[in-house]
Design a protein around this ligand. Structure first.
Ligand code: ADP
Ligand code: MN
Ligand code: MN
Ligand code: MN
Length: 324
């Protein structure tokens, strides 16, 4: 049987998927394009609803059928306006710094045991569930990890988070297109694993006002920082000038999360610190660090838009400084 699961991002960046049994004529050939109803995903109008799924990366492994990540094209075959992967690909091709990124995807349980979930259910104080094995649904977090690893996603680890009902997993480091693709597919698996067990998770940056929100820290290194030729402070300082452009690309409702409290920096103010968890950028403490951590991105960040901004910043600033 030749089963393929097509996966793509809708207008909101949420992940959609549909499954197809390929006819014999396609066996042994590249996975063909397909169509979907863009009127139901915010990507087209009902009267002209066809959008095209163009396979861009195939995920496969032992004893599983392939999952194919697709970019969305309009019915003329041009990149759809919601297709942010195209612009990332462009900046990736012109990246002179060999930038690597790694992400820390936080997420929060929203519905559990048939009703809305609240961290107030837990009587221990906030922080006690960070890296502590009493958090909810660790079995599903592990199932999700196994699925990611089977499919060759560059999954790097997980931990339970500060807010009860909140988790984090990491992906990378690798080149930005690979990490963005892996993150999108991992989010699809995340929804699937939890939904199969009647639990809903959310990537909302601030599900509960009085608890830590959910981010998606992006860690960044360049060939300069990895070889020791550029200091981490130098790399971090390149980001200051573009603070507001970055905030635009770092996720919806992020202002609810970035209050300067609960281990965040102020939304409106750029800051750098060493070992600090209340600054925009954290430089890991000690002399063995090779990457910086951008703590601003929200859990619902679109990785293609964010990495596009980051690559533009890392490369363009260098040019302005005349350091080429
Ligand atoms: P934190 O202390 O912020 O919680 P984690 O241990 O959760 O850090 O995550 C570390 C992150 O750093 C991972 O996402 C990993 O992919 C990323 N990372 C590791 N090495 C590099 C590197 N050379 N360049 C970019 N990112 C990296
Ligand atoms: Mn982390
Ligand atoms: Mn975290
Ligand atoms: Mn972090």
């Amino acid at each position: 049987m030749n089963i393929v699961e097509y996966v793509w991002q809708d207008a909101e960046g949420e992940i959609r998927g549909k499954t197809r049994i390929l006819d014999k004529e396609f066996v042994g050939k590249p996975i063909p394009k397909w169509r979907f109803d863009g009127g139901s995903t915010g990507q087209a109008t009902v009267d002209k609803s066809d959008c095209i799924l163009n396979p861009v990366r195939v995920y496969t492994g032992d004893n599983v059928y392939p999952v194919v990540l697709c970019e969305v094209l309009d019915s003329n075959g041009d990149p759809h306006p919601t297709n942010n992967r195209k612009s990332l690909q462009y900046s990736f091709q012109t990246d002179r710094e060999d930038t690597w990124v790694g992400v820390e995807q936080e997420f929060t349980i929203a519905h559990f045991a048939g009703g809305p979930f609240s961290p107030h259910l837990n009587s221990s104080k906030q922080g006690n569930s960070y890296c502590f094995p009493t958090n909810l649904a660790e079995n599903l977090v592990r199932t999700h990890m196994d699925l990611c690893l089977v499919y060759g996603i560059k999954y790097a680890g997980f931990n339970s988070e500060v807010t009860y009902g909140q988790w984090e997993y990491q992906i990378g480091p690798d080149d930005p297109v690979r990490v963005a693709d892996d993150l999108v597919v991992s989010r699809y698996f995340l929804r699937r694993v939890f939904a199969y067990n009647n639990i809903a998770v959310t990537l909302h940056p601030k599900p509960f006002e009085d608890y830590n929100g959910a981010g998606c820290h992006i860690n960044i290194s360049t060939k300069g920082t990895r070889s020791g030729e550029e200091s981490l402070m130098n790399l971090a300082e390149r980001f200051e000038e573009f603070h507001f452009e970055h905030m635009e690309a770092y996720g919806e409702h992020n202002e609810l999360r970035m209050t300067g409290k609960f281990e965040t920096a102020d939304y409106d103010e750029f800051s750098i610190g060493v070992g600090s968890r209340n600054t925009s950028i954290r430089i890991p403490d000690g002399d063995d660090g090779v990457y910086i951590e951008d703590r601003r991105p929200a859990a619902n960040v679109d990785p293609y838009s964010a990495f596009h901004e980051i690559l533009s910043t890392v490369n363009c600033k260098k040019e302005e400084l005349g350091n080429e």
